[in-house]
Design a protein. Structure first.
Length: 94
């Protein structure tokens, strides 16, 4: 369940500002892909901390990377990096 702050006009403005500033998914770009971002993600999980929610750094992600990769990273699971050919590249990142 999302926090009520996500429903505020203030958050919608902050999200839109982030997506305009960084319109492509940061993770996709790192893999060599050009994919529009749809999510303004908190780089540091706010976990209900108002200061982190409103002032913490954001990054733009596509929905897939936000719901899968970022959640896995936050849960401490290893996430392999995948190259343009679809095969894993280098060591998995925590």
């Amino acid at each position: 369940m999302s926090h009520p702050w996500y429903k505020t006009t203030r958050w919608h403005r902050r999200r839109l500002t982030q997506l305009r500033r960084e319109p492509l998914c940061r993770y996709c770009q790192a893999g060599g892909y050009v994919v529009p971002a749809t999510v303004a993600d908190h780089v540091v999980p706010h976990r209900g901390d108002a200061h982190l929610f409103w002032h913490g750094p954001l990054q733009s992600l596509c929905a897939q990377h936000h719901s899968r990769t970022k959640q896995a990273e936050e849960g401490g699971r290893l996430v392999p990096q995948v190259g343009l050919d679809g095969y894993p590249v280098g060591d998995p990142t925590p």
